[in-house]
Design a protein. Sequence first.
Length: 130
Amino acid sequence: MSAFTIDLIDWLQTLMRAERAGARVMLDSLRQTDEPAVRRRLEHLHQGEAESCRRLRTCLERLGAQPDSGIGDFHASAMAIDDLALRFDFIGRGQRWVARQIRQRLPEIEAPWLREELLVVLRLHEEGEA
């Protein structure tokens, strides 16, 4: 396996841990509110995070890597914010971080299937920023 592929797998694992953390933040936040509009937004964000996890898992497996089961620090940091409005701001920053990571790395990704998967994950995060 080339150094590029090993680095790419490490990067995808980092994104996967971040997505897993994001998905858990949405679920844990859902348990803290009964407000219908807030619940809808959290459910929508959770769907995007879960879809991103699925796509990143596919990428890792196609590259011959086993996705790890780690969860990024984002979960603990987000859940430490009690005010949901402030937590949404923090979630937005997380969405932008993932989008920025993908935008920076895309120019060096040559495999069409991998570019396609990452572009979908990027779109999901751009939608989540709104």
